[in-house]
Design a protein around this ligand. Structure first.
Ligand SMILES: [Zn+2]
Length: 466
């Protein structure tokens, strides 16, 4: 009879301990691939000091022996308390993590190996960073191909609860990421690009990509004070946009706005607020401008972006993908976000963080118009769907309400599953793991085929594309 193990974040350590106790009777193995390195409980490395798993793992890495880990590992994420997060229990990220204070803003829950927030797991009764386990047993956990390509978990899984808008930002392509990191490692901590998918779990309002030049021209006509940021010649060119090269014109307009000096910005902000209060219909971008002026009474170049970038909204289950050079900002809602394992962001406004206008201007893609949402394809047999993106580091699947129980393979690559709501069951080699909301498992590449069942809820699974 299979055993059932409940995975909720708060009890992850206890669960894994329970799991380890099973090894003596379960067919799954936990040891190292050289039998003379096992102690009498099947634990690795006899003779290693007993100061903790991390020390043991370092020795494993040194001797190039890997722990055999062919069973799922419970993962506990890290909550990030950035100011823009939702407060206390209003934050989905906090709810899913399970431990929070009522007065604190909780912006993001991170599940991955990035140094800025490393998920925790427990192995052989000892709690440690999952990154350490990964480094000690890379081919077991990641699989040979992922290990060779990336040498680490190549994706980062997050839940974001957005109480206030995030910064206007863009992410570098792989080449620029290396250049930025070499020149300024404090502000650009990674030498990797950061493609990202945002999947709404309630809704998401966002800015992404430039509006068409005709729409921008219309916005500047409707809100006259904005023209002061351009000066008379450029304002005239924008009005006569049909007679000019639209990409060059867009570039000139955006650069003029982003380089506007503080005094001019303050004047324009004051005049805009008066105009919004007295003139005509108030649009959604006007509403955002007014809201942000409460925090930035002297104005901020990011506030002007609402008239330049596409303002969009997606509902639960819909997704957007943002590749390099696309200006964007998430404004409100709750999302699951999956990205490459990188934190490289070039910011251009509405943030107290480091703003890098010149790098932002030089790296942007000046394409115009609405960008498509991410398409999904059905997964065979089960009711799951796959979000199709060009990113090689991740593939995201969503299994929703009453998915048919189905057997899955790791295909020799690492996977992560995360229960968003309801409950899910994962059965492998006679053991069953029950996942509750917020529960997460890493399924190592070496794990045998497993069966997945989702009961009246939603579960995400992330694997590596190539
Ligand atoms: Zn981003």
């Amino acid at each position: 009879m299979s055993k059932v193990i409940a995975i909720i974040p708060q009890v992850a350590a206890l669960v894994v301990l329970h799991k380890i106790l099973q090894y003596k009777e379960a067919p799954m193995e936990c040891g190292i691939d050289e039998s003379d390195g096992l102690d009498d409980q099947g634990l690795p490395l006899s003779g290693a000091d007993d100061s903790g798993v991390s020390g043991d793992l370092e020795i494993v890495a040194e001797t190039r022996r890997e722990l055999v880990i062919d069973h799922p590992l419970a993962l506990t994420g890290v909550l990030q308390t950035y100011g823009w997060g939702k407060i206390g229990e209003l934050s989905k990220a906090a709810q899913l993590h399970g431990e929070f204070d009522q007065g604190t803003p909780y912006a993001e829950l991170w599940l991955g190996v990035h140094p800025n927030g490393q998920a925790i797991t427990t192995l052989n009764g000892q709690t440690t960073n999952f990154a350490d386990i990964c480094a000690a047993s890379p081919t077991q956990i990641l699989g040979p191909q992922v290990q060779e390509l990336y040498g680490e978990l190549p994706f980062l899984f997050k839940v974001l609860s957005i109480g206030q808008p995030l910064s206007i930002q863009a992410h570098p392509d792989p080449e620029l990421a290396k250049v930025l990191h070499a020149a300024d490692p404090d502000h650009y901590p990674d030498d990797r690009h950061k493609p990202e998918i945002a999947i709404a779990i309630t809704y998401l309002e966002y800015l992404r990509g430039f509006r068409s030049i005709s729409e921008i021209s219309e916005n500047f006509k409707r809100r006259e004070p904005l023209k002061k940021l351009l000066g008379p010649d450029l304002a005239q060119r924008l009005q006569d946009y049909a007679n000019h090269d639209s990409e060059q014109l867009l570039r000139d307009v955006y650069q003029a706005v982003m380089r506007a000096d503080a005094d001019l910005l303050e004047t324009v902000t004051t005049e805009m607020l008066s105009a919004i209060d007295v003139e005509g219909e108030v649009s959604r971008e006007d509403e955002w401008f007014k809201t942000l002026a409460e925090d930035y009474p002297k104005g901020d170049v990011g506030m002007i972006s609402f008239y330049l970038l596409n303002l969009g909204r997606i509902e639960k289950g819909q997704a957007i993908f943002t590749g390099p050079g696309i200006p964007h900002a998430y404004l409100a809602g709750d999302i699951v976000e999956v990205m490459s394992n990188s934190d490289n962001t070039v910011r251009g406004g509405i943030t107290p963080k480091f703003i890098d206008v010149e790098n932002l201007l030089s790296m942007l893609t000046y394409e115009q118009g609405q960008m498509p949402l991410v398409e999904t394809t059905p997964l065979s047999q089960s009711k799951g769907v796959r979000y199709v993106t060009p990113a090689p580091e991740f593939v995201v699947d969503l299994f929703d309400n009453d998915c048919i129980s189905e057997q899955h393979s790791t295909n020799q690559g690492v996977q992560l599953v995360f229960c968003l709501s309801g409950s899910a069951n994962l059965e492998v080699s006679g053991s069953a793991f029950e996942l509750k909301p917020g529960g997460a498992l890493i399924i190592p590449a070496s794990c045998p085929d497993y069966t997945l069942t989702v009961n009246e809820g939603s579960m995400f699974r992330v694997s590596v594309a190539a």
